[in-house]
Design a protein around this ligand. Structure first.
Ligand code: NDP
Ligand code: MG
Length: 387
């Protein structure tokens, strides 16, 4: 029986992870559940999964839950997640929190040791890949990717020679605006951007998929997970989302992982790997599919991807990582403002380009320096928009 802590259990990944747990009652048990503010959803999860500890954002919610569930340990606030993980034995911490808010919990789980981190929160690796991977190596904590592309690569590498990677090829659906010109993008609204052709996900990553910044972040995530140079990571547009990513080895062999787009596959593999458990994901009918197709990223998509390559080349050449933090945190701020109806869709990428153009990279070696850079990037974003 594996004991699982699900951080961000009320979100898109969190709820799908609980479905995987519900389908494997003799193998998996949810021992810790956490959320920020959707306490009603959490209550239903507590009733069904009976965790030993939960953590929420607000003290008032924790007090109320404490009265309703006297047998469960309830934590809250900035320290709440760490306290919950410390309180309960767990074999796997699945981090499905959205945004840089997930960084502290990833780092704390890695430092606790004696467990596996299943990582959906890509922002941990985008902002702190160097530090998190080093800490994981030192504490012997495996980091298992849940992001579908990185899980695909992880599955392709199983039983293969990791030292012989020639290229990592990330596939991208291209999002809802794949064929849109700049002119058409100028008039898209929040609802247009929140419709993803192939995946149903949380709001922030859905907007990131529409701007292609999600794929930019996935280049950075892949670099740190697999230790490859940015120059060996490529992106191809694959609107069908059937091939989830590919690895080319030194001998020219290419391995790919295919299947209907369903996050239950990478979530389940993060718990079961290298074994495979049964899921309800339907079989792929290759004859009905007839063909798989791929295309080059559009000019607009290229703009987002190039931002990732720029900050990574800088980081590889100088060891100064602040560019990736600026990219992540300015983007988080811009997505928030877009979802609040305060800026236009095209403002997101225009502002990111402006900020990266003007950014003087610095070395960042601790989590508190990262959080400081995060705050400065958010301020610089708001300042730019005010002018
Ligand atoms: P959601 O927005 O659906 O869920 C986010 C979860 O994080 C919720 O449980 C939320 O709680 C919690 N949360 C939000 N803010 C905080 C905070 N400040 N402190 C603590 N908890 C917080 O996101 P997704 O499930 O879509 O994505 C989660 C992560 O997984 C992201 O990093 C995303 O990039 C990555 N990912 C997601 C995929 C998907 O298919 N959804 C695919 C690949 C990667 P509450 O409900 O209370 O707000
Ligand atoms: Mg992905």
């Amino acid at each position: 029986m594996k004991r699982i802590a699900i951080l961000g259990s009320t979100g898109s990944i969190g709820t799908q992870a609980l479905e995987v747990i519900a389908s494997n009652p003799r193998r998996l048990k949810a021992t810790v559940l956490t959320c920020n503010s959707r306490v009603d959803v959490l209550r239903r999860q507590i009733d069904r999964f009976r965790p030993e500890a939960v953590a929420v954002g607000r003290a008032a919610d924790a007090a109320e839950l404490g009265r309703e569930y006297p047998n469960i340990n309830i934590f809250y606030g900035p320290e709440g997640i760490r306290e919950a993980i410390d309180d309960v034995d767990c074999d796997v911490v699945l981090n499905a929190i959205v945004g840089i808010a997930g960084l502290g919990p990833t780092f704390e789980a890695v430092n606790k040791g004696g467990l596996t981190v299943a990582l959906a929160n890509k922002e941990s690796l985008v902002t702190a890949g160097r530090i998190v991977m080093k800490a994981a190596e030192e504490s012997g904590v495996p980091i298992i990717p849940v992001d579908s592309e990185h899980s695909a690569i992880f599955q392709c590498l199983a039983g293969n020679d990791e030292n012989s990677i020639r290229r990592l090829i990330l596939t991208a659906s291209g999002g809802p605006f794949r064929t849109f010109s700049r002119e058409r993008l100028e008039s898209v609204g929040i609802d247009d951007a929140l419709i993803h052709p192939n995946w149903k996900m949380g709001r922030k990553i859905t907007i990131d998929s529409a701007t292609m910044m999600n794929k930019a972040f996935e280049i950075i995530e892949a670099k740190w997970l697999y230790g490859t140079d940015a120059g060996s990571i490529e992106v191809v547009i694959h609107p069908q989302s059937i091939v989830h990513s590919l690895v080319e080895f030194g001998d020219g062999a290419i391995m790919a992982q295919l299947g209907h787009p369903d996050m239950k596959v990478p979530i389940s593999y993060a718990f079961s790997g290298p074994k495979r458990w049964t899921t309800d994901v339907r079989s792929l009918d290759l004859i009905a599919l007839r063909s798989l197709y791929f295309e080059e990223p559009s000019h607009e998509a290229r703009r987002s991807l190039d931002l990732a390559y720029r900050v990574l080349h800088e980081s590889e050449a100088t060891g100064r990582d602040s560019g990736v933090i600026v990219l992540n945190s300015a983007n988080e701020e811009l997505v928030r403002l877009f979802l609040e109806g305060k800026i236009q869709f095209v403002d997101i990428l225009d502002t990111l380009e402006y900020l990266i153009d003007g950014h003087e990279p610095t070395a960042v070696s601790t989590i508190s320096e990262i959080l400081q850079t995060d705050q400065e990037a958010r301020e610089a974003t708001r300042e730019r928009l005010a002018n």
